[in-house]
Design a protein around this ligand. Sequence first.
Ligand code: XMP
Length: 606
Amino acid sequence: MAHDVIGVVDFGGQYAHLIATKVRRLHVLAEILQPEAPLEKFAACKGIILSGSPALSANDEDSLYDKRLYELPVPILGFCFGHQEIAKYYGGKVEHTQREYGPAALHVRGSSPIFKGLQEVETVWMSHGDTVTVLPAGFEEVGVSLAPGGEPHPNAAIANDASKRYGLQFHPEVDDTVHGEEMLRNFVLDICRCRADWTMDRFLEEESQRLKERTGRRGVFLLASGGVDSTVCAVLLGKALGPERVHLLHIDNGLMRKGESRKVLAEFEKRGLARNLHFVDASESFLAALAGVVDPEAKRRIIGETFIGVFENEAARLDLSDSLLAQGTIYPDTIETGGTKRADVIKTHHNRVPLLQTMIEEGRVVEPLAELYKVEVRELGGALGLPEELVWRHPFPGPGLGIRLLCSDGSDPAPGKLARGNRVLASLLAGGPFRGAVLPVQSVGVKADLRSYEHPVLLWGEGTCEEAAEVAPRLYQKVPEVNRCLIDLTGLGFSEARSVAATVTKERLSLLREADAFVMDGLRRHGLYRTVWQCPTVFVPLELDGRGRDFVVIRPVLSERAMTARPAILPRALLAELCEVLLSLPGVSGVALDVTTKPPGTIEWE
Ligand code: XMP
């Protein structure tokens, strides 16, 4: 049966694929199209959505696609870069003026069908540096946005209802745009009049068929960490191919949580997945490979490649070299590793290191969940009969504690930048409830679809965590060398912070493992495990006022798909407990809560 199709033009934004997923949730088929696809492809669509991009529309970057697509009699909707491209094509102007990251209030104007059924003020999610400064002829301004503490932002939503052209500066596809799904529904079902006949059962059916065709008579050998993705993947493979053709390999990389491998093996046993289950304790090999390495991307590459080395040894030892490698890779792993033609590399996920990319190109890897997000994997897990407590486990990254143990050669990253940042920060905080400082360490973030590797600000004083989260967006706007905001849980601050030389060692790992266990236990005791989506505990090699060598950061977030995230503000009683116990660990110089949204920070620090 032929389905109506929405074409999603992928300009390389972090959320292009998410747009397609959100359209599929409306039971309408969405196809990702490259901007240079032949015009007939666009003409065959019932509607076209233009994604965001790491490129700058104001500078005419990435503008060499076929503009005749705008002349097609097909409704077009653009987000962020796509919005700016629409404005430019029809004679408007785009300039590099205002930056906005994270939440903003959209004040809806008029009664455009794109906002049918919505409130006068909507919470939307921003990540951009360019703005439509002149409205194109024939278009109406149907929304103005206001970020917390920021100036009004004109033309945040523009529409030409007669020609069915719509541009939104924000991202309706991310979960944090509260009624983004309604906006997409208005476009896909009402404006484009698509039939809603595409379902998840259909995905399962087609994926099982694809797996049978891909594997032929061969078996699969799955790297099974015991997390949600690899466990759902194990069950799916077993159902599609028969359990006898599926071997599982659990590797203890020495970077797992406290007691994790033991629990994972017991869990597989309990779920009847132990028939072809193999286990290797490779912690010494991982530690040796990481010795002396400080660069976060180098650490990620080493961890990913060590996984493959261990896998290949085991495959040879068990005479399974003919099997295909199976992985529970999900979509954010691919997109953040720059996995589409234009997307920027935010961080290299362990299942996307170059060695694996080569194996993928050689057709030696199957990844049945590669198109899905966490929330869909959980839905699939439920449909496959997995229990709630497994499906709702917190995500844990493949490189594990290895990327939560920041490393340093001890040099100050950029003294000039820090001094400038601190001057601007002091003027921004003057008269408010906080004092603050830019810390001499860096962490990974994502700003306007590009990787950022910048500094956190630490705030302390009278203000609350909620107030810290409120002032944070203004700090990102005004201090460009900052991509994260922390609040000091001791409330005391410091006079001098110094970066300390540190690498991944057994001692630091075991201390982080203890700290992580305290934090996870605290969330469970306070009944917050399910509300909080994920809560990394991070060690940052910093000495404060001559004390300690690791600064501990607690990073609780609310999310659904990990492409965006909001900070979860934990209750004061829990924060006080955690602060006390973490400060008592040897070598700990301080404890802070990370209140950064994604963007501009990522969930993990590396
Ligand atoms: P970030 O830090 O980019 O992470 O906001 C998004 C989600 O992905 C997890 N993550 C990983 N998962 N391999 C994985 O399987 C990796 O290399 C990896 N890096 C990050 C992270 O924990 C969060 O849930």
